[in-house]
Write a protein that binds this ligand. Sequence first.
Ligand code: SF4
Length: 442
Amino acid sequence: MKSTLIDFNQFKMITHTKLKGDTLNIEICKNYEVTIPLDRVLNYPYSLEDGKLLIEGEIPEYRLHSLKAGILNLISLSISQGMRSKITGRTTYYISEPVPLLGHTAFGLIDRGTNIIQVRGLCGCNINCPFCSVDEGRYSKTRKNDYYVDMDHLLKWYLKVVEVKGNRHLEAHLDGQGEPTLYHPLPDLVQQLHEINSKGEGIVTIQTNGVSLTYKLIDELEEAGLHRINLSINALDERMSRALAGSRSYDINRILEIAEYIKNTKIHLLIAPLLLPGINDQEFKKVIDYAVELERRNPQNIINPITGRKDPILGVQLCQVYQFGRRMKNMKVWNFKKFYKLLREYELEYRKKGIDVQLITPLSKAFGSHRRKRVPIPFKVNSKVKAKVILDGRIKGEVIGCARDRLIQIINVEDPERWIGKEVKVKILSTRDGIFVGRLSH
Ligand code: SF4
């Protein structure tokens, strides 16, 4: 006779369980795990079958109840102390009530005062581009922690932002310091955001490196109402594309198959190549040619309700150098004047062939981006505020504080761990775009 102690299938966030000796490995939201030493809390013989933790023999109900509560407490403590990301290997904090979701760039929401709300459900990336502006991926030298935001919590804060901005022609754009398609459950998140935004003729869009996209996931995202996928492709050549992804397993041919597949759905495909001057100049042009040809061969006619037009097929970008980003040794730094000159030459080249390709289009025209009321900024630069340090930071020497329902990235902190849980005084250094950076003020 066996008694069911815990049925893990009942918990949405638990996506897999495995028993390894006396240790229970619990997979949280696909990409994270915590380990529970069962032998320390269970002195009955136990087994794991079909996601159910069973113990041998008949046990009184009250005893079962208290054992279950003990194990669930242990799991929730392990999650709050930090899960391990299977993607990056870093400690990942599960963000839920009462942590605010405005103020930091690593997770939550960013309102830059337009109709676009950036939605960041997680950080952490499955590849390691050598030019990454946020130094992401498993081999990052600067990122020490990742964050995953509980979906209900994310949606609650999204609604708060929508209330201020007005639900009219909004774009929820899933992006982040990492790969947004790693969010689980992504289709559910897209569907809920779509339900909110479609009431005001708005849309949901996502940017991705394409590595974790599958036909099944694309079908689910289509069903959920996703409007556009911005797919990064920086080279067509197999060797160069692998080098630019910093990953031996990156397979450009698979990404191109995925691109073709998206073209046959109701999701608009935008291809977003990045020019790294001196590195991928020729490949950059080849990607543009590929996108133009793909659109000619397999045109989509999906209208963006914000603009009343089709979105562009291309969103070209120029690689910039960032303080905490990676930089390729041989990359030349270009200004935008030079970049636009090159793009104009390309546009002209296509025009001579009778093809109209827009490579330089203001965001307002291309995507209907426009100024919109922003959520209040409760701090002034140089002011001092009392904050509670709630989390270890994203990078070394940083902690995350909370004040007036906003997050503050507190930088240049020595011995960060000792500040967690403490009340501190913070001098605000920057409030740009509703992202708050400060330093301890003693
Ligand atoms: S896909 Fe984006 S986030 Fe990931 S490593 Fe490359 S540039 Fe960085």
